[in-house]
Write a protein of this length. Structure first.
Length: 388
């Protein structure tokens, strides 16, 4: 069975344009697999191998000389000093796509690239499976997709998602996040992560979280940052251009993978998910993160936002491309209701312009109405970008 990745198109375009590529993504998103397939003619070196990391640390110049014809450097954030030496090597070469850097932690990767390799490297952000990369996706109900999550390992090898995600969460917190910061109270941090599940699809109020958990605001902000770096969460920024004080200016919180928050909620079956009080929030999370993934495949990406007025009127998602905007509402029900357009109608009244509107819902029928209004089944979310 073939499991193709849509990221390949972007990688192929970039490798002919840049001297080196940086492929960044969360642990087990498929970076190593895709690099071994596309760059099979290059040496592959993984810095999680202690011997390889030690050699690159103790004699970086000789290490690069031995790989001057090109290489894939996997988990390069483990040897950050190598960036400075790599800069000189790239400056003395004109060939494209010879060096590929991958990393699970984009904090160290970005920090060092900005300092050493600016202008010499093309960035590829690699996510987990999108809905359209899953073989036979349409044969699974949306709630099955949410419960199973989007990690390739779960789908390709038919793993039990409950077992996989509980162990994955533990390893990320204890390994990756502890590499970024010295967590003085691991138990409190774990409680913090579980608390965030209740905030899916809500604006992120640091002060409120601080008061709820009795944790300093600066600590809350730092912990949110660590979870972003580790690929646990995604923050959707607010859109407030031209609205001034009438618009909320906090980001909205989503988990980058549905299987992770199901594990944190203790959801082991699809039946539990379908009857959960956060069902609507989980469906919204599923849709938003899939749209984020689809957007990442484009060489010319759109900007993604949400909008909420000061009196509580909200548009779940705004897709901006150039001067064009698409307004999107997300509803978990399978039966379409035209009243769902009311918040987007309110936006158009504020903006004094009739922007195209779309409803994503859990049904199967694609609907086209007058006045630039559309009903889009969740299985056709990728068509949203054709409406802008």
């Amino acid at each position: 069975m073939s499991w193709s990745r849509k990221t390949v198109t972007k990688i192929d375009a970039y490798k002919s344009q840049f001297r080196s590529l940086a492929i960044m993504g969360v642990r087990q998103c498929g970076k190593t697999t895709i690099c071994k397939e596309i760059f099979k003619d290059l040496n592959y070196l993984n810095f999680e191998n202690l011997t390889t990391a030690q050699y690159a640390t103790e004699d970086p110049k000789q290490f690069l000389i031995q790989n001057q014809n090109g290489a894939v450097f996997d988990e390069i954030q483990r040897v950050p000093h190598l960036f400075n030496y790599l800069q000189e090597l790239l400056d003395n070469q004109t060939e494209r796509g010879k060096f590929v850097l991958t990393g699970s932690s984009n904090f160290l990767l970005n920090q060092n690239i900005n300092q050493s390799l600016a202008g010499r490297i093309g960035f590829i952000e690699m996510y987990l499976f999108s809905y359209y990369e899953i073989v036979g996706a349409a044969s699974f109900a949306v709630w099955e997709h949410i419960q199973k999550g989007s990690y390739p390992e779960v789908w390709v090898n038919h793993l039990n998602p409950s077992y996989f995600y509980s162990n994955y969460i533990q390893s990320v917190i204890e390994r990756d996040i502890r590499q970024l910061v010295n967590l003085k109270n691991l138990n409190l941090f774990q409680q913090f992560v579980k608390y965030l599940v209740s905030l899916i699809g809500q604006e992120l109020n640091f002060t409120k979280i601080s008061n709820e958990l009795n944790v300093d605001v600066k600590t809350v902000q730092a912990w949110i940052s660590y979870l972003q770096v580790a690929g646990f969460i995604y923050l959707l920024p607010p859109y407030y251009a031209n609205f001034g004080k009438r618009a909320v200016k906090r980001p909205k919180l989503y988990f980058i993978d549905c299987g992770i928050f199901c594990a944190l909620l203790g959801i082991d079956t699809v039946a539990q998910l379908e009857n959960h009080p956060l069902k609507g929030n989980l469906f919204e999370n599923f849709c938003v993160t899939n749209i984020v993934k689809e957007n990442s495949f484009n060489t010319s990406k759109s900007n993604l936002y949400y909008w909420r007025s000061s009196n509580g009127v909200e548009v779940d998602l705004i897709i901006e491309k150039g001067m064009s905007l698409l307004l999107v509402e997300i509803k978990s029900r399978s039966t379409f209701n035209s009243k769902w357009f009311k918040n987007m109608d309110a936006w158009n009244n504020y903006a004094k312009k009739n922007y195209t509107s779309a409803i994503i819902y859990s049904g199967n029928e694609e609907l086209i109405f007058s006045n630039n209004k559309n009903g889009i089944p969740y299985s056709k979310m990728e068509t949203l970008f054709n409406l802008i």
